[in-house]
Design a protein around this ligand. Structure first.
Ligand code: NAD
Length: 374
């Protein structure tokens, strides 16, 4: 084990943003809007968050210019166009999103179009609130990276997340774990992102079983939100890899629940993605308190009651070949599995049947050669 040389050479994108954290901090939203010198807020809060959104609109009084109360996963382009039209019509000078990644995602699209700041109040562990990535879905999902999409302020209130039922809680926390894995094991090592990710993985894995057993444990909920924040901050710095590309290909084509797809595929991609660095896998195992991260992730998923196969989350078997083709085309060209449709099909077949993941077989590409010293 080397003592020095951790930080010999790296690039880290440090993103701006203010974080207000703590149970009850949703009360701080009006003050945060004022701090941005904004006076006409469009609330974006639908589904489970519509009630909180309505209460916030009352508290904001004259500062609430409107309330858009419909959201949907992957931001359908028709919905984005409607929300954008409303923002223009009410002359909004800011946005406040309340909800999971769907609400944040919709606010991001409007923010980019109208150049408006966002105050985000997340109620799941999706982490979109700290990344500059946004997406809109027409026939396919298109994503882009733009600092204009990055919320200026994030208000994390664990008390708002206690209504999230056990299954989406577990799946969403695995979505956050996937972000941690991406930041910890990315081929281009970023020691700062890795630090965030290691802390995130341990915090998420420790808090999740408690949050699933006792949905109103605010401390466990707080740890999940904190872990989600750290993990997504790490991801925002390194960008996505094979796991995310595969999840988007599968979720997009088969219209599956975003967090379920992440939860299901994560052990398979940790096992099979040979571009993930070994030192990252070791640190992941250490953070999870296990010897083998793949075994540890599967055990955690079982413990918190997550489904164990793509079949169980409603994946149509006849779409797997098309998903494999999409994913093979979506990974970076430098990735050893780029264009390898058969490999993706094999992984998807295993995940569909719930078979234990196959460990990767290194190609000529030896990852150790790419690793910085640890
Ligand atoms: P979501 O926002 O659709 O929420 C999932 C479900 O949980 C919804 O039915 C919602 O109403 C409900 N819900 C949310 N919070 C709740 C609460 N506290 N109590 C009770 N119910 C609650 O899903 P998500 O998983 O949070 O986000 C998925 C979306 O976010 C996808 O579109 C995905 O692409 C996007 N995403 C983007 C990024 C990024 O960096 N751009 C990162 C992660 C996810």
């Amino acid at each position: 084990m080397r003592e020095f040389g951790i930080a010999t050479r790296f690039v880290h994108d440090r993103l701006p943003g203010r974080v207000v954290f703590g149970a009850g901090s949703v009360e701080q939203v009006p003050r945060e809007i004022d701090a941005l010198d904004c006076h006409r807020v469009l609330l974006v809060a639908g589904g489970s968050a519509a009630g909180v959104g309505a209460r916030l609109a009352d508290t904001l009084g004259a500062r609430a210019a409107g309330h858009f109360d419909r959201v949907a996963q992957h931001v359908p382009e028709t919905l984005a166009a409607e929300a954008s039209e409303v923002a223009g019509r009410v002359d909004a000078d800011s946005l406040c999103s309340v909800g999971g990644g769907s609400a944040t995602g919709l606010a991001k699209v409007v923010a980019v179009e109208h150049e408006l700041p966002i105050v985000a109040v997340p109620t799941t562990y999706a982490g979109s609130e700290v990344t500059p990535v946004y997406g809109v879905t027409g026939e396919r999902k298109h994503t882009a990276r733009d600092l204009a999409a990055l919320p200026r302020t994030v208000v994390y209130d664990p008390a708002l997340t206690i209504g999230l039922p056990p299954r989406p809680t577990a799946a969403s926390a695995f979505n956050a774990l996937a972000h941690a894995v991406a930041a910890l094991c990315a081929p281009h090592q970023d020691p700062i992102a890795a630090l965030y990710a290691e802390e995130a993985a341990g915090t998420l894995a420790r808090a999740l079983p408690t949050a699933v057993r006792r949905h109103d444990d605010v401390d466990a909920r707080g740890d999940l939100l904190y872990g989600a924040y750290l993990a997504a901050s790490g991801l925002a710095a390194v960008g996505t890899g094979l796991h995310h590309r595969l999840c988007h290909a599968l979720g997009g084509r088969c219209r599956l629940v975003h967090a379920d797809v992440h939860a299901l595929l994560l052990p398979y991609t940790v096992a099979g993605d040979e571009a993930l660095v070994t030192s990252g896998r070791r640190r992941l195992a250490h953070a999870l308190g296990v010897e083998d991260p793949v075994v540890g992730l599967r055990a955690l998923a079982r413990e918190v009651g997550l489904p164990d196969s793509l079949a169980a989350i409603g994946t149509p078997a006849d779409q797997l070949e098309a998903v494999a083709a999409d994913a093979a085309g979506a990974v970076d060209r430098a990735h050893p599995r780029a264009g390898d449709q058969a490999w993706f099909r094999g992984l998807l077949d295993d995940a569909y049947a719930g078979r234990p993941p196959e460990p990767h077989e290194p190609t000529t590409h030896t990852r150790e050669a790419q690793e910085g010293p640890r």
